[in-house]
Design a protein around this ligand. Sequence first.
Ligand SMILES: *Cc1c(COP(=O)(O)O)cnc(C)c1O
Length: 388
Amino acid sequence: MAIPFIDLQAQRARLGQPLEDAILAVVRSGAFIMGPDIAKLEAELGRFGQAPHVLTCGSGTEALVLPLMAWGIGPGDAVFCPSFTFAATAEVMPLVGASPVFVDILDDTYNLDPVKLDAAITAVKAEGKLVPRAVIAVDLFGQPADYPAISEVAQRHGLKLIADSAQGFGCTLNGQHPIHWADVTTTSFFPAKPLGCYGDGGAILSKDAGFHDLLMSLRVHGQAVKSDIEGRTFDHDPKYLNMRVGMNARMDTIQAAVLLQKLTIFEDEIRARNVVADRYAAGLSNVVTVPKVIAGGTSVWAQYTIETPDRDGLIAHLKTAEIPTAVYYPIPIHRQGVYSVYPQGVGGLPVTEAKSERVMSLPMHPYLEADVQDQIISAIRAYAGRNA
Ligand SMILES: *Cc1c(COP(=O)(O)O)cnc(C)c1O
């Protein structure tokens, strides 16, 4: 049987009938939009992610764009982010009229380099063309960015900090979730993410009640929220009072129902992913470069990404053994046509460019069995031995 890269069917079998019942319950209730499962999920996510406020939304991309809108970030503003990431991280800046500024990553964790971030912000300030407003750090492949250092830099320059935890929801650093340091954590529930739903979905974790209120308004076309209505009287339903320009960024209730089921096993799945990662490291560390997690950090292993100079050869070899692989990311964002016009940090992005030619990801999910994993490890070792 072919080895899956991610095995969502094994998870579905484990969740069984209660998952299907939960979906059917929404269908029978008819509460497709903002049904009771939405508020329930927001409370559960807040408890899990140690955040006082959680707003669900339609995708991880919407989760990134709503805070930029709430802070009024737009034309003439700069938002600093890595280029070694999924396009959505950088896409949201042009969406609001702002400019991404691409900053290089650390050689060992693939996450934003705080020293290069500091230099990039200083250079943009000195140039005076763009106004630095925010930083988006990414928890790439599931592990936390260096938040103590990054948040120190952001605060010193007076910038907001977003943790793009689309791949890293559930990761911690010194026992704390990214929201401990960031103003906002965003995540995605795209099916292939560590915590995925059965379609598109996302969430925004935040710490400030007024800011959460603003996000709530923007999620539904800028509709009046409690703080807009308080102390005023209306001769019409204030639901149709639009206080600001927003959008439709709601999560479907069915997705919330799915996520409430999946959240019950998520912690156990993170443990299982770490067992898989440890087994890979034990079997592969002397033949390829295996991932390094930041000191004090735990990863949720969205990907298990190795480095090897002969990537294409290894991928082809594994393909003949019916072992699937993937390359995240073959073209850094700053090298893609539409994004190549935006500024880069001081000294360019040499680490990002080198990594894009060496990285490849192996099958990784909580249900990867030891004998199947041994097959993968043996195939990689055989290839490395033959080419040594
Ligand atoms: C997946 C992903 C997103 C976007 O999430 P969607 O739900 O697909 O919109 C944003 N940032 C990163 C780093 C991602 O991996």
